[in-house]
Ligand binder design. Sequence first.
Ligand code: CA
Length: 227
Amino acid sequence: MARKILLIEDEEKIARFTELELVHEGYEVTKAFNGREGLELAEKGGFDLVLLDVMLPELNGLEVLRRLRRSSQVPVIMLTARDAVMDKVSGLDAGADDYITKPFAIEELLARIRVAFKKQDGVRQQTHRMTVCGVTVDTDRHEVTCQGETIELTNREYGLIRTLMVNKNIVMNREKLLNDVCGYDYLGETNIIDVYVRYIRSKIDDRFGIKLIHTVRGAGYVIKDET
Ligand code: CA
């Protein structure tokens, strides 16, 4: 069955050209020309991926993404017009899976789409619920609970816990974690990971009196099965 892509892009020329290329690759494409219409369609669901322009009339791309993430974890690739770091960071913070800077080569976009689908398939194949130390990550519901209580986490904190759970008992270095959590093109320092770990510890470890994420000096972080 063809994968369904929702393309939210107000520039008709770009939208039409991109649609043609995607259809040529065997994808099914639905277009929306403003943020409001795009959000409505995306919220209805049924798409395997959303391509989301940042500069959109009625509702900008970041706002569309923020609202969409309340109910959906569909992979989203942002199309940013400028090479603005702020756009990327806010997009990834708001829960985008990737971004591409316009103007882009269609081959690059197709490659990003394949990566997003691969990642999605990988997540699907993994157990949907993983539990360590009484902490459960539910990848279907995009939710972390501890001793039955839901933990409020940002997208990146969630991503970090999920990556460590999926790679349970494997020490993950900061670079690997940064790639998984923030995307390959993230320009910041790897010590941002330490900051996220601190946040997670204050939200889970300190509150529930457990030790979830272990620091391995000079190597990185690991979530271990109880021994
Ligand atoms: Ca635009």
